[in-house]
Design a protein around this ligand. Structure first.
Ligand SMILES: [Fe+2]
Ligand SMILES: [Fe+2]
Length: 269
């Protein structure tokens, strides 16, 4: 197992999750508002699961990695309260797509999220293993479960959690946030701009001064000095757990997105 940080970063960059086509497909397909709602439901729950630190920063501290603990704690604090802004952006995009106020009150996170779930039930509810109570696909639950390991405080789990955090922040900064910008803003589908107040979520996360850039640097700094023969294997496992499970979620959402785009009237039009 290599202990060179550059090799670990290259491994993450070469994972198929890092260049998954889902956001390019979104921009091409121009999905119906209901499809957008379903996708946001799954994405929103996944993102929410990645924000809390659980016992992870504390475990790092207790295991003698106080510098790493501080770097992870900084990320956790900067992620607090991002849920309402993500819901606002989802509602705004759906309103634009539908050309009507489906989500009349963009401040009402609960009401927006309720409608997103019913879109998900509609589009994805017949998939095997779909959970009617949460409205989550098997793949979303698997991706979320990787973050439940943050409740564990043993050494091996903590190293795995570091690998997960590194992969998460690289994916957020280089794939997920740029992907959202591509399909929501750059595509022109929603006449949306980064400086609209409803799009503040994306503005805050995107680019050179965005939150994700700082998170990625924190995660790289945290992992760099810890890489030994023993830890590298666990850290790599943690990164792979994240990348494999998120790629699985993207696959199922991508398939539903593409299917939705190639049926019905719009093919004939
Ligand atoms: Fe965030
Ligand atoms: Fe982040």
């Amino acid at each position: 197992m290599t202990t060179d940080i550059q090799d670990l970063l290259a491994r993450i960059q070469n994972h198929r999750c890092y260049s998954h086509p889902i956001f390019r497909h979104w921009a091409q397909v121009n999905p119906e508002p209901e499809v957008i709602g379903a996708l946001f439901h799954q994405i929103q729950h996944f993102c929410a699961a990645t924000r809390p630190g659980g016992n992870f920063p504390g475990a790092l501290d207790r295991l003698g990695m106080s510098e790493q603990s501080g770097l992870m704690q900084e990320i956790v604090e900067s992620e607090e309260d991002h849920g309402p802004e993500l819901a606002m952006m989802a509602g705004h995009i759906i309103n634009r797509a539908a050309r009507t106020q489906i989500h009349a009150d963009l401040q009402d996170q609960a009401a927006i999220e309720k409608k997103l779930k019913s879109c998900s039930d509609q589009l994805l509810g017949s998939l095997p293993g779909y959970d009617p109570a949460s409205g989550l696909t098997v793949q979303a639950r698997a991706a979320i479960s990787v973050f439940e390991r943050r409740q564990r405080t043993d050494r091996d789990s903590t190293f795995r959690n570091l690998g997960t955090a590194l992969a998460l922040e690289m994916i957020s900064n280089r794939h997920l946030i740029p992907g959202e910008k591509l399909c929501l803003v750059d595509s022109g589908l929603y006449r949306a701009a980064l400086d609209e107040p409803e799009m503040h979520y994306l503005l805050e996360h995107w680019g050179e001064i965005g939150a994700e850039q700082t998170h990625e640097q924190n995660a790289i700094d945290a992992v760099r000095d810890l890489l030994t023969e023993e830890s590298a294997e666990l850290i790599t496992q943690g990164a792979d757990d994240f990348l494999d499970s998120l790629a699985g979620l993207w696959d199922v959402l991508d398939a539903s997105l593409l299917k939705s785009g190639y049926t019905g009237d719009r093919l004939a039009a």
